[in-house]
Each structure stands twice: as structure tokens, then as C-alpha cells.
Design a binder for this molecule. Structure first.
Ligand SMILES: NC(=O)c1ccc[n+]([C@@H]2O[C@H](COP(=O)([O-])OP(=O)(O)OC[C@H]3O[C@@H](n4cnc5c(N)ncnc54)[C@H](O)[C@@H]3O)[C@@H](O)[C@H]2O)c1
Length: 351
């Protein structure tokens, strides 16, 4: 029997992973205690996603378990043992603003529980592929030191810089910058995941996400950029833009495209690898451009205000370079541009 284990199975990446891998594995085990509701209130409630998985997938088992519960986790690993051939570890405290409220909670989930997952994998199913969703925040605010120019609706990197063509690659230092508490806890986990690949020879991989998005995101003020923005646009809820004249740029990847990256890696794993994962030059926008997109799709003017103060450590311009992943896995390509993604998010809110 082939089993996949997905942590954070009620979340954006976890729930999409469950649906996809249920079609390729005999059984999928999901772990999620709806901690997202604790972080972000009712906007973050993922119980609807969890119920949908339980009701629609006969080969899915759900565990309402906190990943900080080592004994509870070990029971699951003991039950499925070497049948586990894939672990998608997507449970996390995902917001850099929230992390400053409870740094200990943030570290215990993002760093300590990631090592629980790694160690249990090593102990019970060491041949399994272990996929970890890291973040571009591991680069701290280093990207803000790049030579940027101000354009009408966005910041852009100077056209003679090597990052202009494809974006930021995995060579950028993750050291000696401001990461936010969240970025720092993810660095700890990111390095440990690499280490289990490079030191123990396990099939571990790190995907450093730009903005991950899609209709299954339970978008909240502090996390889930495009999903929350579109919610505000549809419901005419006031939105606040923080700093950088609203011209800060993010690249956005649809969860389905990211999961296709996971699938490519699963079929041909390279131990301890690190890949940047985002929309790259193919799908990116500034805050102002995202607002314009939402207005175009909803047909409504957005109500938003501007605050001069940027979020601590926030990127001014970040576009992921996926060249390394594409060189290793040439069959992969983005399927979702920004417009297609935003229309799906809109449809999911309004249906
Ligand atoms: N969404 C993004 O823009 C983005 C960007 C970069 C990296 N990432 C990373 O990708 C991963 C997935 O992100 P997402 O957007 O799907 O997040 P999400 O919040 O939608 O999903 C995470 C899930 O984990 C669950 N969870 C959190 N703590 C838990 C705990 N202690 N025990 C059990 N379950 C717990 C939550 O309830 C939630 O359902 C995270 O590691 C995140 O840091 C996300």
C-alpha cells in the first residue's frame, strides 16, 4: 500500500495536495487541528476545507492533531510505517506579522514540529519523499538591498542587474538581514530539512514560496494576500496598503502549479535540494496592480487607504527565479497566470 501524509491538510497547500495525491496514492492521511482559526479568527477557519475532504475522498483519513504533539504524531507513523512514501509538510504558522505576537508558539510549530516530522520520517519510513514548504522570507530583507527603480505602478529591479531577466535565485544569502520572527523560524526548519537530505541521505526538499495562492485559501488580514484582497473587493471591505507607495511587487503561484512541482520532485527526488517557487516573471503584480485587477474582475471600486509605515522586513520587490527547478524538471511549466488565478478566486467567493 502507498500512503501520503499531508500536514496542514485544511490549508491552501495541504488541501490541494490531499485532493491531488488521493488520485495517485492508495491512501492519504491528513493532519490539521484548524490552528489557522486560532491565528486569524473566523476568516482563517479551515473546517469547511476539512469537511469537504472527509466527505468527498473515500481514501482520506483526517487526524485533528496538533503537530507539536510528538506522541500523537508517532502513533500515525507507527500505524502506516514504511507504507508512507510521501510526506507533504505544509502545516505552519504562516504570517510574519502574527509571529511577533507569540514568538514561542511560532517557533514551536514552524521549527520544532518540523524536526519532529523529519525525525519520525527517519525512524519509520526513511525512504519516503519529504516535501517542505519554506518561504522567500528566509532571504530576510536582503532583496531590499538590490538596485531598484520606481515605475508608475511598481518597483522594478534595474534592467542591467542579473536578476532582471528571471528574478531572485537560490544563491541569495539567507544570513545577516531582518527576517521577521516568522522568517527566522522558517530558516531553522529550512536548514534542518536540507540537513536530513544532505547528512542522512534522505529524499528531502525545500520549496521557498513567493506568494502561494488559489481559491482554497482562507484569506485573512494577516495572511493570504490575493484571497483576502479579492474578499475585500467583493464585500466592499476597507483594505489598508502598508508602505512603499503600494508599489511593492510579489510573484504569485497557484497552488495547483506548486503541487505539480511536488509531483515532479516525487517522481525523481534529489536529496536535500532547495528550489525557489513562485509565479516568477510569468505571474507577478504590485499591490496597486493587484487592486486594479480586483476592480476589473469585480467591476467595483475598492475601498482602500494607505499607511506610510511598511511592515517590518517586508520585501519591496520579490520575483522568484525558477530556472534551477525548470532545469532539473523540464516537463514542468506554469498553468495559471495572474488573471486566471484571480478569476478562480473570485468565482469561489461569489458562488
Ligand atoms: N501562502 C503563502 O503565501 C505562503 C508563502 C510562502 C510560504 N508558505 C508556506 O507554505 C505552507 C502552507 O501555507 P498555506 O498558505 O497553505 O497556509 P495555511 O495557513 O492555509 O495552511 C496551514 C495549515 O496548517 C494548519 N496548522 C497550523 N499549525 C498547526 C499545528 N500546530 N498542528 C496542526 N495543524 C496546524 C492550519 O490550521 C492550516 O490549515 C506554510 O508552511 C507556509 O509557511 C506560504
Amino acid at each position: 500500500m502507498k500512503v501520503a501524509v499531508v500536514t496542514g491538510s485544511g490549508g491552501l497547500i495541504g488541501s490541494e495536495s490531499v485532493v491531488f495525491f488521493a488520485g495517485h496514492f492508495d491512501h492519504v492521511v491528513g493532519i490539521d487541528n484548524n490552528q489557522r482559526e486560532y491565528f486569524f479568527g473566523s476568516d482563517g477557519d479551515v473546517s469547511r476545507n476539512i469537511e469537504r475532504l472527509k466527505n468527498s475522498l473515500p481514501n482520506y483519513s483526517h487526524y485533528d492533531l496538533d503537530i507539536r504533539n510528538l506522541q500523537g504524531l508517532e502513533k500515525i507513523f507507527l500505524q502506516y510505517g514504511n507504507d508512507i512514501s510521501l510526506i507533504v509538510h505544509a502545516a505552519a504558522q504562516p504570517s510574519h506579522d502574527w509571529a511577533a505576537k507569540e514568538p514561542l508558539t511560532d517557533f514551536s510549530i514552524n521549527a520544532v514540529a518540523t524536526q519532529y516530522m523529519l525525525e519520525l520520517t527517519r525512524k519509520h519510513c526513511d525512504k519516503a519523499v519529504f516535501i517542505f514548504t519554506s518561504t522567500n522570507k528566509v532571504y530576510g530583507d536582503k532583496p531590499n538591498q538590490l538596485p531598484l527603480v520606481e515605475l508608475e505602478s511598481r518597483w522594478e529591479i534595474q534592467s542591467n542587474h542579473p536578476y532582471f531577466k528571471n528574478g531572485i535565485d537560490e544563491q541569495l544569502s539567507i544570513d545577516q538581514s531582518v527576517h521577521s520572527v516568522f522568517g527566522a523560524s522558517k530558516v531553522a526548519a529550512d536548514i534542518m530539512v536540507q540537513e536530513y537530505g544532505k547528512y542522512f541521505g534522505m529524499n528531502t526538499v525545500v520549496f521557498r514560496g513567493g506568494c502561494l495562492t488559489g481559491p482554497r485559501h482562507s484569506g485573512a488580514k494577516l495572511h493570504g494576500f490575493l484571497s483576502y484582497l479579492m474578499k475585500c473587493a467583493v464585500n466592499e471591505t476597507p483594505y489598508t496598503v502598508f508602505g512603499y507607495k503600494g508599489k511593492q511587487v510579489r510573484d504569485n503561484i497557484h497552488s495547483a502549479d506548486l503541487i505539480q512541482m511536488f509531483w515532479q520532485y516525487y517522481q525523481n527526488p534529489k536529496q536535500g535540494e532547495v528550489y525557489n517557487a513562485g509565479g516568477g516573471r510569468f505571474a507577478n503584480c504590485s499591490m496597486l496592480e493587484a487592486i486594479q485587477w480586483c476592480e476589473k474582475i469585480t467591476g467595483k471600486k475598492m475601498i482602500y487607504s494607505y499607511s506610510q509605515t511598511n511592515r517590518v522586513g517586508d520585501h519591496i520587490w520579490y520575483i522568484s527565479d525558477l530556472s534551477k527547478f525548470k532545469a532539473h524538471y523540464p516537463d514542468w511549466h506554469w498553468q495559471y497566470n495572474l488573471e486566471k488565478t484571480l478569476i478562480e478566486i473570485f468565482d469561489n467567493i461569489t458562488i
